[in-house]
Design a protein around this ligand. Sequence first.
Ligand SMILES: [Zn+2]
Ligand SMILES: [Zn+2]
Ligand SMILES: [Zn+2]
Length: 256
Amino acid sequence: MKLLFLGTGTSVGIPAIGCACPVCLSGDPRNKRRRASLYLQAAGLHLVVDTPPDFREQMLTFRVPRVDALLFTHPHADHLCGFDDIRRFNEIQESSVPAYGSPETLDAIQRFFHYVNRKPQSGVSYPRVSFKPVTGPFEIGAVRVTPLDVEHAQVRTFGYRFDAGGRALAYIPDCHTLTDAALAALKGLDVMILDGLRPAPHPTHLTVAQSTALLRRIGARQSFLTHIAHQVEHAAVQASLPPGIDLPYDGLELEL
Ligand SMILES: [Zn+2]
Ligand SMILES: [Zn+2]
Ligand SMILES: [Zn+2]
């Protein structure tokens, strides 16, 4: 199993438009964060979690050659609005792309992108996906996927656990509270990636300290924060984290 962080930033991306704070002006590439998304290669499949507004640029920069399945965490715009560019993969793969998510999330996608799956006409093409409503654990080829219901905002929000070839990874980019049921599903992980927005409290996200405490409790072999805001300077916050818990950066790749 191989994973790549396509984006590690919060909803506005870092730098934030019009901001002159030291992180937004920083020359350290680790302080530049696209919107949160994950690329996973497992059991011969290419999986992408969420299609943020930076999706096209992420696919180009990190040379994602195909997408065998999309998985959606929730329908907030920072996880969805690059969706239209799935059209390129429709062309390359000459097929629609399976799209997994909660029934609520898939309904929201069809409202946002009301033209999805329309027949191409007079040179205009539309994104084509086969919607796969998720109501429990499922398989994509030899990858076992477990949806994790988490509390984030007023919308139903999933994280996902992936098991393949004896390795396990879980990804929860947007979360305010982890329920006991979600925590119980996070045992025996090689990698755990969890929302860790910023030092100050937020009504719908975990702080760096809250996330770090949860990551310690979960006890994966390697742990990462994500969905990071501009109040987090990479080198300074990285130095403050306990061993085994790290700040990722866009393009960070791991072989499990
Ligand atoms: Zn988000
Ligand atoms: Zn800033
Ligand atoms: Zn969100």
